[in-house]
Ligand binder design. Structure first.
Ligand SMILES: Cc1cc2nc3c(=O)[nH]c(=O)nc-3n(C[C@H](O)[C@H](O)[C@H](O)COP(=O)(O)O)c2cc1C
Ligand code: SF4
Ligand code: SF4
Length: 274
């Protein structure tokens, strides 16, 4: 029997997972899948009537890990496919990118929604919000998601949020270079003495890009710049450059560290965790 609704999410600090859960609660019969687990399990068949991709905007675009998943996923030809970009003010060309990928597989994006959420970038620039603004955005998101659920139930076509203009693409490219050079270089990550080698950062990294041993914590070259490791480290030990030492950490108030864990200690064989 065809399952009614699927939601596939990627998240760094919980905003997109919170939105996916709110949406699932409004759409009966919804299965929620994490991109990381789908990729690790090579599970790409979604037999559903509607499918939503929920993700954070990353440098004016959909994150690379979400694009990789959308390239591989198999959906029924008549499925209503939509995207929900969680963002901090600039959706950029995220929806246009996903539509282009889907069209190569005989599908297309019927609607591109956007939900303004608290910012989570803390290096090289700080875009986190005050507690008041965070609370305001989290509350407003709930009513925005209710409107999105109505559209999905009616399978409405919706114009994409954001734009695919050349200016946006150039801005996205420049920001991506900036983040790639600054954030995702393995040597730019380091830990303070507060690190107790608990191994949680290795278990939440969607790309299995962190190696924790009894003496060291090391980053590989496959960073998505989701900043999950920095924001979720229980000891606030992870730094990126020096700016992050004094900057506050953020995660969505309804999402827990447990929700973020995507692999067990045992499934990190290359990490010898304490
Ligand atoms: C490296 C990086 C790049 C980002 N680029 C953008 C952007 O181009 N436009 C935007 O509106 N928000 C941008 N953001 C903010 C996030 O998209 C936003 O806070 C999102 O809701 C985070 O969702 P998450 O908690 O599910 O990861 C960026 C965040 C990071 C860490
Ligand atoms: S989560 Fe934090 S404390 Fe635990 S190993 Fe990673 S850096 Fe260290
Ligand atoms: S290393 Fe950190 S920022 Fe990079 S993908 Fe893993 S959790 Fe995200």
């Amino acid at each position: 029997m065809q399952m009614k609704n699927s939601l596939v999410y990627f998240t760094g600090t919980g905003n997109s997972l919170a939105v996916a859960r709110l949406l699932a609660a409004k759409l009966p019969g919804t299965e929620v899948h994490s991109v990381g687990r789908m990729l690790e399990g090579s599970h790409f068949d979604l037999d559903c009537g509607t499918c939503g991709f929920v993700f954070p905007v990353n440098c004016q675009d959909a994150p690379e890990i979400m694009r990789r998943l959308v390239r591989r996923v198999h959906l029924p030809a008549d499925a209503y496919v939509y995207a929900v970009a969680t963002h901090n003010g600039d959706v950029g060309f995220s929806h246009f990118t996903l539509d282009r990928i889907l069209r190569k597989n005989g599908q297309r994006l019927r609607a591109g929604f956007a939900v303004l959420m608290p910012g989570n970038s803390i290096a090289p620039y700080n875009s986190t919000n005050s507690d008041e603004e965070t609370q305001k955005r989290v509350l407003a998101a709930a009513s925005e998601v209710a409107k999105i659920a109505d559209c999905v139930e009616r399978q409405e076509r919706q114009p994409f949020s954001g734009s695919a203009s050349l200016r946006k693409r150039l801005k996205g490219f420049r920001n991506m270079l900036r983040h790639r050079v600054f954030n995702s270089v393995p040597e730019n990550f380091w830990v303070t003495d507060a690190c107790n080698h608990c191994g949680l950062c290795a278990r939440i990294c969607p790309e299995n890009n962190i190696c924790v041993t009894a003496d060291t914590v090391k980053w590989g070259k496959h960073c998505q710049i989701c900043l999950a490791c920095i924001h979720w480290c229980p000891q606030r030990a992870i730094q990126n450059g020096t700016e992050t030492i004094t900057r506050k950490r953020y995660h969505h108030p309804d999402i827990t560290l447990e929700d973020m864990i995507c692999r067990s200690k045992d499934s990190c064989p290359k990490h010898s965790l304490s």
